[in-house]
Design a binder for this molecule. Structure first.
Ligand SMILES: *Cc1c(COP(=O)(O)O)cnc(C)c1O
Length: 393
């Protein structure tokens, strides 16, 4: 008999995704947790009310629905606790606010998600934090940038749009000598392909909007913390009131059940298309962590257990402006931001804000999210793009 109680949810990836986070016996035997729409929680008497001795106090502090999702994520990340926030971007801003104060120095990877840079430049600097960007391939060299007042090192591996894999253990080792908190935006890998806390990271960030949701129908974020950082993160979330909505939490809880199965399909298709692109004369490089061309490929082999469906390629001698007909010719692959859903998407990223991890010199970068469609159809669409490039350039 399968024991689906919370204290027996070990097992492989798919088993844990299927059973973690909810004990059916705690909710009348229903296999899924309830979607609790709430603000007020009632107390039976003043002793409970004033002593705050009840499990749930008010909806901003959590509900059975948010707990179910947070518990799965904590288990997958091996974390002391997880907060849920309204978007992936809030999953970056909330921990930065939790661990930076006026007078601090923050080290941010230069290949970060673009809105992360905007938050740092627009908000953190305004709050009196000295923001400095660093090279994604810096590794142990980060020791030279760490100052006594460095409170945070924010990493993202692979980097947004250019996909550099970072030497996370080396960065953690150096940063912890000066007590800085190391954070990672782990969205690309999901908690399945890389487990940052096992490599020394303190805080792991996810845009649940992407693979955990998997269906392009919501935005949500999570932040998982180790013992050292959990209280400060949790107290900041309580102070800010950045809580997540029940329906979105439920949809992500549901999405997680199939995430590994979906990821395997994304991985297989993306790898096939990456290899196909490598053989195209118009393409000078394919930026996919599982391919040797990608900076940090050896680190990916050492630390990750697989790859997801998002990567990029560099056109040979074609500028960003000249690359536009490629995108405009696509009929199946959508022109749109975000990724991790069922559908293939393309973007033409602007890398002009980079100060260290500069845009590839050879030509424009095109980013692809390979969805769950049949691979032959995706390739036919990409061929349309290349035909339009040839016609227009
Ligand atoms: C999309 C994304 C985010 C932000 O997620 P939203 O839910 O869209 O705010 C953060 N980090 C990375 C790497 C992303 O790709």
């Amino acid at each position: 008999m399968i024991d689906s109680s919370n204290n027996n949810r070990k097992g492989g990836r798919n088993t844990r995704l299927a059973h973690a986070g909810h004990s059916p016996r705690e909710y009348h035997g229903f296999v899924n947790p309830p979607v609790v729409h709430a603000s007020t929680v009632l107390f039976p008497d003043t002793e409970t009310m004033l002593g705050r001795t009840q499990k749930y106090l008010y909806a901003t502090h959590g509900t059975p629905t948010t707990d179910a999702l947070a518990d799965v994520l904590s288990e997958l990340e091996g974390a002391a606790g997880t907060i849920l926030v309204p978007s992936g971007l809030a999953a970056i801003s909330v921990p930065l606010l939790a661990f930076c104060k006026a007078g601090d120095h923050a080290l941010i990877v230069d290949s970060c998600y673009d809105p992360t840079r905007q938050f740092c430049d627009f908000m953190l600097t305004r709050l009196g934090v000295d923001v400095e960007y660093f090279d994604p391939v810096i590794g142990a060299g980060i020791a030279e940038l760490l100052k006594p007042n460095t409170s945070v090192v924010l990493t993202e591996s692979p980097g947004s749009n250019t996909f550099e894999i970072m030497d996370i253990p080396a960065i953690c080792k150096a940063a912890h000598k000066t007590d800085a908190v190391v954070m990672i935006d782990n969205t690309w890998a999901t908690p399945l392909l890389f487990k940052p806390l096992d490599f020394g990271v303190d805080i792991s960030i996810h845009a649940l909007t992407k693979y955990p949701s998997g269906h392009a129908d919501l935005v949500l974020g999570s932040v998982s913390a180790n013992e050292r950082t959990w209280k400060q993160l949790h107290d900041t979330q309580s102070a800010l009131g950045t809580c997540a909505a029940p329906d979105d939490c439920y949809l992500v809880f549901r999405g997680l059940k199939t995430m590994n199965v979906r990821l395997q399909h994304h991985e297989k298709s993306a790898l096939k298309i990456a290899h196909w692109l490598k053989s195209r004369p118009e393409v000078v490089r394919v930026l996919h962590p599982a391919l040797p061309d990608c900076p940090g490929h050896e680190l990916w082999k050492r630390d990750f257990t697989g790859s997801s469906g998002l990567f990029a390629f560099v056109l040979d001698g074609i500028s960003r402006e000249e690359a536009r007909p490629f995108l405009d010719a696509l009929e199946l692959i959508g022109l749109g931001y975000s990724w991790g859903g069922f559908e293939s998407l393309v973007t033409l990223p602007d890398l002009s804000d980079r100060t260290i991890a500069l845009a590839p010199q050879e030509g424009a970068v095109i980013r692809l999210q390979i969805g769950l469609e049949d691979i032959e159809d995706i390739i036919v669409d990409l061929e349309r793009g290349f035909a339009a490039l040839a016609k227009n350039n």
